[in-house]
Ligand binder design. Structure first.
Ligand SMILES: *Cc1c(COP(=O)(O)O)cnc(C)c1O
Length: 405
């Protein structure tokens, strides 16, 4: 018997996923993923695709006919939107206040476009007035791209007034809703968004692998009127539309069948709970967590009013060796949280309460673990305050966030 052949079972250890994604997945979704396969043109499978489109429209709050789940993770959604809507020579304004805005700018450049970055300090939203000024100064501008929920900083970007502004300058409005969708309102039609992409692994609580995506009729017409075909064949939305369109169903690439089973079930869970109740649950759990963390000396990076409920980015007191504590959380308690990226490396933690991970039990588990670890390092004189502060917050919000699946 060969000892180096991997003939043993792989059993992942139990983890409480409280990082920046992936989030925990409901057992019903795991079960859906293990169902027998259908062909990608089987009428039963095509029916399932139609159901997914209808649930995605409800989740994005849009009537857009072109609303699909693209093969690939959230970054594939980002790349598809940029590669299809930005043609060589197009100018596109992009809000840059973290990792993901920076990634969008890179993709605009690689598509031959000219990124016009509007920068804000990490953790601070992009001011709408700055977008207005740049639209005037750099006209004509093809598109404005904003990241709704900047996962690298925990900052929430206000979007309400941007759609009308873009329309008055004949620019398309593109939004990254990878982390926000399923955890806070994303009102595609109400906010005048022309293209919005997301990912399955954050607040939708499905494994990574699909990118929900919706494009307005204005956006689709810009794609159809391109001067040159999209440089990416795989992500060419005009070709992909022919497969999702119920009247053509033309083969483009084989749909990831099992992932779509999983997404259907994840969306069913979203709508069983209801978008408003789900957003409220994310909000309450975040408030309780932050109240507890504050007693440990961990303060939220973004200002009040600009914080994300699903991604709590907190700064650390200088005496704390963040990497040691993070490894201890993982090894001894089975809890995953995220460290800082780029300029925030070593200075912050990013604690995700996304989708199924956003539970009162997880808030208490993490606060208890941190109190124990901090006490063992002599960083804490009076243990118990963090949990008390969280309890007080829940009591205050009348316990409405108490959902344990
Ligand atoms: C996670 C994330 C992405 C990228 O998604 P992947 O699934 O990692 O490809 C893009 N934008 C934001 C805001 C994200 O949080």
């Amino acid at each position: 018997m060969s000892t180096d052949a991997p003939y043993h079972d792989f059993v992942p250890p139990h983890r409480v996923l409280m990082g920046p994604g992936p989030s925990m997945v409901h057992p019903r979704v795991l079960q859906a993923l293990s169902q027998p396969l259908l062909g990608h043109l089987d009428p039963v499978f095509l029916g399932l695709m139609n159901e997914i489109q209808a649930s995605l429209r409800a989740t994005f709050q849009t009537q857009n006919e072109f609303t699909i789940a693209l093969s690939g993770t959230g970054s594939a959604g980002m790349e598809a939107v940029i590669a299809n809507l930005i043609e060589p020579g197009d100018r596109a304004i992009v809000g840059v206040n973290g990792v993901f805005g920076t990634r969008v700018a890179t993709m605009i450049e690689r598509s031959g476009g000219i990124p016009l970055p509007i920068e804000s300090p990490w953790g601070t939203p992009i001011p709408v007035e700055a977008l207005h000024d740049e639209l005037v100064r750099s006209a004509p501008v093809k598109a404005v791209v904003l990241v709704h929920a900047e996962t690298s900083t925990g900052a929430r970007q206000p979007l309400q007034d941007v759609g009308a502004l873009c329309r008055s300058h004949d620019a398309l409005f593109i939004v990254d809703a990878v982390t926000s969708l399923g955890g806070m309102p994303v009102d595609v039609d109400g906010w005048g968004i022309d293209a919005c992409y997301s990912g399955t692994q954050k607040c939708l609580s499905c494994p990574p692998g699909l990118a929900p995506l919706t494009v307005s009729p204005r956006g689709m017409s810009a794609i159809r009127k391109r001067r040159v075909p999209c440089h990416s064949w795989y992500l060419d939305l005009s070709l992909i539309a022919e497969y999702w369109n119920d009247h053509s169903r033309a083969y483009h690439h084989t749909a990831p069948i099992s992932m779509l089973y999983g997404l259907r079930e994840a969306l069913r869970l979203v709508h069983e709970e209801g978008l408003a109740a789900r957003a409220a649950r994310h909000q309450w759990n975040s408030e309780a967590l932050l109240a507890g963390l504050q007693t440990l000396g961990l303060a939220p990076l973004p200002q009040a009013g600009h914080r994300l409920p699903m991604l709590n980015c907190v700064t650390l007191p200088p005496q704390i060796d963040e990497n040691t504590v993070r490894q201890q959380l993982l090894q001894d308690y089975g809890i995953e949280i995220g460290g800082g990226l780029g300029p925030l490396r070593g200075r912050v933690w990013r604690i995700g309460l996304m989708g199924e991970s956003s539970q009162q039990a997880h808030v208490f588990t993490l606060l208890n673990a941190l109190e124990e670890i901090f006490t063992s390092h002599d960083w804490l004189s009076q243990p118990g305050l963090a949990v008390q502060a969280a309890v007080a917050t829940y009591t205050h919000s009348e316990g409405s966030a108490r959902r344990s699946p």
